[in-house]
Design a protein around this ligand. Structure first.
Ligand SMILES: Cc1cc2nc3c(=O)[nH]c(=O)nc-3n(C[C@H](O)[C@H](O)[C@H](O)COP(=O)(O)OP(=O)(O)OC[C@H]3O[C@@H](n4cnc5c(N)ncnc54)[C@H](O)[C@@H]3O)c2cc1C
Length: 408
């Protein structure tokens, strides 16, 4: 049995450091239309979408591109945003909840379509997503969810009884969406960065932005190696940096955990969830299961961020718990140890909906913060909303993602 690589992210480990693309450090003085701070999953897609729209873009990443949350993700692109529709309706009303769902769906479809069009090599497989509940309480919750989505005109297919058992091997109730995807999130993000560079975007790594100062008509940005002047700056750092401390109260930091099994033999594979499915359980916190090759990836066990000194011990505890939960879901996996087990920190907004757009206290700034567990698909939603804002063409459907949706 292979030993478990605790704290090692599979997506990075399978790429020799020498094969990872590298971009220069920023040095000197630079003038651009739009400066993007943060080269994660979202920053890379924003750079691509702005550059493809003919805008002069420069992106500054403090460390290496896509080695933050993207390389620690589960690797699924799903149409549903993380908060359930009925919860969004309770908080924001039917119209805004519908906008959030439709924007998220359009974003994930665009993400998948762009990967195909740009021929990004990230092992993408198109899959059905099943959100499944097996307990009476969970089933009741998902039935209510299905009814509310239908009432609001949001497409949703339902599976139960023998149809669900045939598709998933489980008894209960499921909501099905088509056209989701499994992929390598590190390679997909790097692919968008490469496509941005091919359209003229200047990309800089190991170039932390240390200060941002708005002027009357532009923004001045200080990096570790120089100065940048831009007409607008996009903050795609996941969580507000020191210059934006007042915005931090809108976010909470969490840690989520991922386990990856060794390659599973055919008898075990037959008893597991079919490989063409992405499974989301109705457990709280959410659990996600999908396949990469002959291995199963399972994520969940989210909790508030833990202190640095406790991280190593917590990974062992929480991923052990995850393997146990996986074996409850699929008993055939009982006794198996993960080959990889890691943790990733992320920030989430209070209502689970990210903030994409401007903020009245920060002229010439656009923000993309708190994408949460669905950040890959939402990256295109973020890029389109910010591009429209930059071009003064904001649409009604963009407002539920803005800072004004919750009063400060
Ligand atoms: C365990 C886990 C599993 C997940 N699985 C999935 C999944 O399967 N599908 C999905 O869609 N989403 C998933 N997500 C969520 C998804 O990974 C995130 O929403 C997404 O990666 C967020 O991207 P980002 O660019 O906003 O943030 P980040 O990836 O955090 O990128 C921000 C970047 O900004 C840089 N930065 C910060 N400060 C500065 C500075 N001062 N100057 C320059 N650069 C700076 C950082 O170095 C970093 O690279 C998962 C998240 C977790 C935690």
């Amino acid at each position: 049995m292979p030993k478990t690589h605790y704290g090692t992210r599979y997506w990075l480990d399978r790429h020799a450091a020498s094969r990872r693309p590298s971009y220069p450090r920023h040095r000197g003085v630079l003038q651009t239309d739009v400066a993007i701070v943060g080269g994660g999953a979202i920053g890379c897609v924003i750079a691509y979408v702005f550059a493809a729209a003919g805008i002069k873009v420069a992106l500054f990443e403090a460390e290496r591109l896509a080695q933050g949350q993207a390389s620690g993700g589960t690797g699924i692109v799903v149409h549903e945003p993380e908060p359930e529709f009925h919860k969004l309706v309770a908080q924001h009303g039917v119209r805004d909840a519908r906008h959030i769902y439709q924007t998220a769906r359009r974003g994930s479809l665009e993400y998948v379509a762009a990967i195909k069009r740009l021929r990004i090599d990230c092992g993408m497989q198109i899959r059905d997503g099943v959100h499944v509940a097996t307990t009476p309480e969970g089933i009741h919750g998902l039935e209510k969810e299905a009814a509310m989505r239908r009432e609001a005109g949001i497409d949703v297919a339902v599976l139960k009884g023998s149809a669900l058992a045939r598709k998933t091997g489980m008894d209960g109730f499921g909501l099905v969406t088509h056209g989701n995807a499994s992929l390598d999130p590190y390679r997909s993000s790097l692919g968008f960065a490469k496509a941005a560079a091919a359209r003229g975007a200047a990309l800089f790594e190991r170039s932390p932005v240390t200060r941002i100062r708005p002027k009357r008509r532009h923004v001045e940005i200080k990096t570790a190696g120089g100065m940048v002047t831009a007409s607008s700056v996009v903050l795609a750092t996941g969580y507000p940096t020191d210059d934006f401390k007042p915005l931090r109260r809108r976010f909470a930091k969490f840690e989520s955990y991922v386990v990856l099994t060794p390659e599973l033999g055919a008898p075990v594979r037959r008893e597991m969830t079919p490989p063409e499915l992405i499974l989301r359980t109705a457990a709280a916190p959410d659990q996600w299961l999908h396949w990469t090759g002959n291995r199963v990836l399972f994520s969940g066990a989210d909790q508030s961020s833990v202190a640095e000194r406790l991280k190593a011990r917590t990974i062992i505890q929480r991923t052990g718990q995850l393997m146990y939960e996986l074996s409850v879901l699929r008993p055939v996996i009982s006794g198996a140890m993960p080959e990889y087990a890691w943790a990733t920190e992320y920030s989430r907004t209070i209502d689970g909906v990210p903030y994409f757009g401007p903020h009245r206290n920060y002229p010439h700034h656009l923000f993309a913060f708190g994408a949460g567990p669905g950040g890959l698909g939402l990256s295109f939603a973020a890029a389109r909303i910010l591009l429209r804002s930059y071009q003064n063409a904001t649409e009604k459907a963009d407002v539920p993602f803005s800072f004004v949706r919750i009063r400060e």
